[in-house]
Design a protein around this ligand. Sequence first.
Ligand code: APR
Length: 183
Amino acid sequence: MPPAESPLRIELALGDITKERVDAIVNAANSGLRGGGGVDGAIHRAGGPEIMEECRRIGHCDPGDAVITGAGRLPARFVIHAVGPVWEGGRDDEELLLASCHERALELAREHGCRTVAFPAISTGAYGYPPELAARVALRATIEALERLPMIEKVRFVFVDENLLEIYGRALAHLKESAERSV
Ligand code: APR
């Protein structure tokens, strides 16, 4: 399936994020930067031990924030480790934290001269964020950040799961319609 293009410089695609040929891929990390399962495990396995060595030196990242390392053996130049919130029923600033980890990841990308960035569906796996809600928050935060960061040419959201691709596709279409209505 060809990637779903958008005039908002956002693309949605099915695939394994570790194979993305972009300047930076974003990891769905934990605060201890200790690695884990899901996309975090896949990135460390494919990228090799250098990434974990750098993560150990950095040591910590608060939820809602992000840190950057090299990408070891991956085709990308950088890995941006973003820490999303654990879903607690929406009572614990999850929306703010999910939005801010996307913004921080894109700011770090800009600071390191990245023009292309790929994100996974942060928090929608082990952290339990309902994907319909996560999609809206992640895409809106990305659209808003891209308005402030014109040097970033393209952001790809990459999913291993077709169902997530559809959910994010619907959310993106909805946000585009609202943006068109407001101009
Ligand atoms: N490429 C793209 N997406 C992937 C890949 C991959 N190779 N592997 C998994 N995913 C998707 C999952 O399908 C899920 O939708 O990434 C999404 C995020 O799921 P998790 O990786 O579980 O991330 P998250 O929910 O943010 O939980 C973070 O999990 O692995 C641990 O160390 C990590 O403690 C942290 C927690």
